[in-house]
Every structure is written in structure tokens, then in C-alpha cells.
Design a protein around this ligand. Structure first.
Ligand code: HEC
Length: 198
């Protein structure tokens, strides 16, 4: 019995060694003998090959309309006054107000907001350019803000989140700089600053 196995094994070895070239350089035009060719030649269409099954003949398909990339959260609010107001009412911070989250928000605030809004949130950051000379303090409870029609101290979480996402006038948008989670943690820390120095 084992003799047959040796024989089969030798046949396989010989078949796999088959090479049409005689001068030692491998000749790519001859495939040799193939054992189970469907293991060499995939039945699947390759990414950039023609595909007769689709009218545009492309194998690489575009994502279905409305597809959301993994890890990406759509933001259902536009950069308009109406949606700013809607965000103010509808959005709630999904993160708990605890020391860890506030501390994380503080770190992010230090990286992304403090140079304009000041470490203490008093609007006196290190940037001295005239454009950024009149940044309102988060704890201001006197001046009515034009967009929200309320004071900085009374801005809701949705107001703050929308402001971080799209920016506001001289303040640039931050939607591509911080993640959804980071934005909400920054909001937690801004809440702290709103309540300071009443
Ligand atoms: C480049 C400077 C700059 C940076 C960075 C910046 N801001 Fe601002 N921010 C401003 C200015 C200027 C205003 C006032 C705009 C105005 O009133 O026209 C403002 C206004 C705001 C407002 C009030 C919006 C309103 O409708 O009244 C909030 C809330 C705010 N910023 C939060 C943040 C947070 C949180 C960060 C960090 C993620 C941040 N900002 C980063 C410059 C900045």
C-alpha cells in the first residue's frame, strides 16, 4: 500500500517540477501541468477588471447610497441658524459628567480651544491678532449672543457642540480635528468653565 503512496508522491513532485524552458530561464508562457487549476485561477472578478454583470462594467462597486463608513457618525444638522437652534434643543451629551471625562475634555480644550478662548475660558488666549480680540468669556452672563439669543453662560450643550463642529465666524470648524466623543468631552469641560467665576 505504502508503495502506491510513494509512487503518487513522486508523480506529484515530477509534475510540479515541469518547466518548458531548457536554458534554465523560466518560461512564463507555459503553465506546466496544473493540479486543480481553480486554485490558480480565481473565479471571482478581480477589483479592477471588466465585469459584464454591471452596465458600467466596473468590478469595483461604489458604496450603496446612504452607506455610513465604520466608526463614522453622521451629524444630522446643517451649518445654518435653524439647525444651530434645533441642535440647541435636541442634542444631549451622551457622556457622563465624571472626573475622568471632564479631565479628558480639559486636555482636549487645552489643545484645541485654549489658545483663543483662554485657559480659564475668559476669552483671553495667547493669540493676540485683532480678529480674535473680542472672544466672549464662557461664564459671561450679561451679553446676549447674536446667534443663540442668550448669554455664553446659558449656551446649551447643543449650541456648544454645533459651534465646535462648524465653527462660528472667525472660529474655524473642528469636525475633522476632534471625534464625536472628543467633542462631547470638550463640551463637558466648557460646562465647567461656564459655571466658574459667576
Ligand atoms: C482660532 C480661534 C478659536 C478657536 C481655536 C476656537 N474658538 Fe470658539 N470662538 C472663537 C471666536 C472668535 C468666537 C466668537 C465668534 C463671533 O462672535 O463672531 C468663538 C465663539 C465660540 C462659541 C460661541 C458661539 C456662539 O454662537 O455664541 C463657542 C461655544 C465656542 N467658540 C467654543 C469653542 C470650543 C469648545 C473650541 C475648541 C474646540 C473653540 N471654540 C475653538 C475663536 C476660536
Amino acid at each position: 500500500m505504502s508503495r502506491y503512496f510513494v509512487l503518487i508522491f513522486l508523480c506529484l513532485v515530477l509534475v510540479s517540477c515541469n518547466d518548458a524552458a531548457s536554458d534554465g530561464i523560466k518560461e512564463k508562457t507555459h503553465r506546466g501541468y496544473e493540479y486543480m487549476p481553480d486554485m490558480y485561477y480565481s473565479h471571482a472578478y478581480q477589483t479592477y477588471t471588466m465585469n459584464p454583470n454591471f452596465s458600467d462594467s466596473m468590478s469595483a462597486r461604489e458604496p450603496v447610497h446612504g452607506t455610513i463608513p465604520r466608526g463614522f457618525l453622521p451629524f444630522e444638522y446643517e451649518n445654518t441658524l435653524d439647525d444651530f437652534k434645533r441642535a440647541a434643543i435636541e442634542l444631549k451629551n451622551p457622556f457622563e459628567k465624571n472626573t475622568d471625562n471632564i479631565e479628558k475634555g480639559k486636555q482636549l480644550y487645552g489643545m484645541f480651544c485654549a489658545h483663543c478662548h483662554g485657559e480659564k475660558g475668559d476669552g483671553k488666549g495667547s493669540i493676540t491678532h485683532p480678529v480674535y480680540s473680542a472672544i466672549p468669556a464662557y461664564f459671561d452672563d450679561v451679553m446676549i449672543r447674536p446667534r443663540s439669543q442668550t448669554t455664553m453662560k446659558n449656551l446649551t450643550d447643543g449650541h456648544i457642540y454645533h459651534s465646535i463642529y462648524y465653527g462660528y465666524n472667525a472660529m474655524g470648524p473642528h469636525y475633522n480635528l476632534v471625534s464625536d466623543e472628543e467633542r462631547w468631552k470638550i463640551v463637558l469641560y466648557v460646562n465647567e468653565l461656564q459655571n466658574k467665576e459667576k
